[in-house]
Design a protein around this ligand. Structure first.
Ligand code: AMP
Length: 545
């Protein structure tokens, strides 16, 4: 017997309609590429998203067509989030930090028909334009005053395009399984692959993000999205904010410590979200400039994900900002929110050291996704906090295949997706990533967690960043090599670092050597690029090996 409830498709357009009905006057604050801070409301985003949908229709865009953006976090990007998906087309957010050859590959692979881009990328698009066969309209996200002399064929002006259109548009009643947006993995190995989110997955994921034991996005928050809208839909925040009425602060291209700090202060941000590398820049700025965030800011939660959060970062936000770090884990393939670390009532009362042990884990699965661990033979491992295995995930906002079936089937017989991460899960469900499976260091038949050593090394007050890779060893198969970037103007010695680590990690995990480097390579999404490091240190041999 079926239930007798109404069936309405879960659509991105329903989010923007809810926003204008429930919180029309809530602000979206953007620091623009042009410089000044721009203020608008959900009412404006709604109106202009409809103008954008009319403009797209006039450009010949049909439901299912791909429309690309190459843009920072800002109000025009928000309008396209809702205008493009709302009219049934697919919003392809392109990560401008990818190499030009990768950009060319993914725009052609997606067969984007229109490319919207910020003024920062004019030179880049000039270079790319002749190679982008499918793009029939290039639109600069600016007003007439900012239109350049350019070689880009028939370049259109965003503001003029919108101004020519009515703000009436009836969102089509499409199948909720239709594609809403597309994001390519950053492709540390091989070609980037497209993850195609549906309307249904996007709305369910936004519900998941808003729940209290997840990101707890609500009307009472002013949220700074340092996490880019060009990568995994900014962790759902544009949608979750439309759903909940959170006030949004969008930082544009300026992500340096000083710029982020001034937005936190001037907009009295309560919730900020981003990857560890941007928070490192902020913490360094605060300490170099002798600022007093505790006194000046209203920040009370910082959601950090995309890479493991160092313990020292959690302490710094707590001590200097009075803010709680909420550690989260996810992937492009998981929309991305998979697990979120909120403390249980009993854990809040733990002594600080033990509480930090919990907070450095990646947290518990958000309702909707399920996790499991398997060994090398595919056998399920217990959730005892000890057994480390391959982390698998399934749920309605997890990919079932890559766009155009690149790479073939990605699920096992029971529908689980192998994340490529190695993790433990404890009896309360707290998942702890110990490594990417390809970064695991295999020493004497056991696994050493490179992330745990990095985390410990980054607790040293003079260490700015650390990376650990496995180096071939004649006796142990592999041993850890620690690479350290020292804070500006400081010096450190190998012995001092090793001494510091001795009490903080298992004895047999102690790196066989420490090398000091000027900087470490990162991917387009801010993760350590270990493949490059392994390549760079391929011929390195330990002194006593
Ligand atoms: P991406 O698809 O580019 O967002 O990368 C996803 C990968 O980033 C995951 O599979 C993890 O390896 C890594 N990652 C994301 N969040 C975390 C986290 N909180 N701790 C450790 N690794 C993370």
């Amino acid at each position: 017997m079926f239930g007798l409830m109404q069936e309405h498709p879960l659509l991105v357009s329903s989010l923007i309609e809810h926003a204008v009905a429930s919180h029309p006057g809530v602000e979206i604050v953007s620091r623009t590429v042009e410089g000044p801070v721009h203020r608008c409301t959900w009412r404006d985003i709604h109106r202009r998203a409809k103008q954008a949908a009319n403009a797209l229709t006039a450009l010949g865009v049909k439901p299912g067509d791909r429309v690309a953006t190459l843009a920072w976090n800002g109000y025009r990007h928000m309008e396209l989030y809702f205008g493009v998906s709302g009219m049934g087309a697919v919003l392809h957010t392109v990560n401008p930090r990818l190499f030009p050859e990768q950009l060319e590959y993914i725009i052609n692979h997606a067969e984007d028909g229109v490319l919207f881009f910020d003024p920062s990328f004019i030179a880049l698009v000039e270079k790319l334009a002749p190679k982008l066969g499918s793009v029939r309209a290039f639109v600069l996200m600016a007003d007439r005053a900012h239109m350049p002399e350019t070689t880009i064929p028939g370049l259109l002006c965003y503001e003029e395009l919108l101004a020519a259109q009515y703000d009436e548009f009836t969102w089509p009643d499409i199948d909720e399984r239709s594609a809403a947006s597309l994001c390519y993995t950053s492709g540390t190995t091989g070609k980037p692959k497209g993850v195609l989110y549906s309307h249904r997955s996007t709305v369910l994921h936004a519900f998941g993000a808003c729940t209290v034991d997840s990101l707890a996005v609500s009307r009472k928050e002013t949220a700074l999205l340092v996490v880019p809208m060009f990568h995994v839909n900014a962790w759902s925040m544009p949608y979750a904010a439309a759903m909940s009425g959170a006030r949004l602060v969008l930082p544009g291209p300026a992500l340096d410590g000083a710029s982020v700090y001034s937005l936190l202060r001037d907009e009295q941000v309560t919730l900020a979200l981003g990857v560890p590398t941007v928070w490192l820049m902020l913490l360094q700025h605060v300490s170099a400039a002798g600022l007093k965030p505790y006194a000046e800011l209203a920040l009370h939660r910082v959601v950090i994900g995309g890479a493991a959060v160092p313990r020292a970062m959690i302490e710094a936000f707590e001590d200097d900002f009075g803010a709680i770090v909420v550690h989260a884990w996810g992937m492009t393939e998981t929309s991305p929110v998979g697990t979120v670390n909120n403390l249980l009532p009993t854990q809040r009362a733990l002594p600080p050291e033990q509480r930090l042990d919990v907070q450095t884990t990646q947290g518990r699965a958000v309702f909707g996704v399920r996790l499991k661990l398997t060994d090398g033979e595919g056998r399920t491992l217990p959730h005892d906090g000890q057994a480390a295995g391959h982390l698998k995930i399934r749920g309605p906002w997890v990919a079932s295949a890559y766009y155009r079936d690149e790479g073939g089937p990605i699920l096992d017989d029971e529908g689980w997706f192998d994340t490529g991460d190695v993790a433990t899960i404890d009896s309360d469900g707290y998942m702890h990533i110990t490594d990417r499976s390809k970064d695991v260091i295999k020493s004497g038949g056991e696994w050493i967690s490179s992330i745990a050593i990095e985390n410990a090394a980054m607790g040293h007050p003079l260490v700015a960043e650390a990376a650990v890779i496995g180096i071939a060893h004649p006796k142990w198969q592999e041993r850890p090599l620690l690479l350290v970037v020292v804070k500006p103007g400081q010096t450190l010695e190998r012995e001092v670092v090793l001494n510091y680590l001795k009490d903080r990690i298992a004895k047999w995990w102690l790196p066989d050597d420490v090398l000091f480097v000027h900087d470490l390579p990162h991917t387009a999404t801010g993760k350590l690029l270990k493949a490059k490091l392994r390549e760079q240190f391929r011929d390195y041999r330990f002194p006593d090996a």
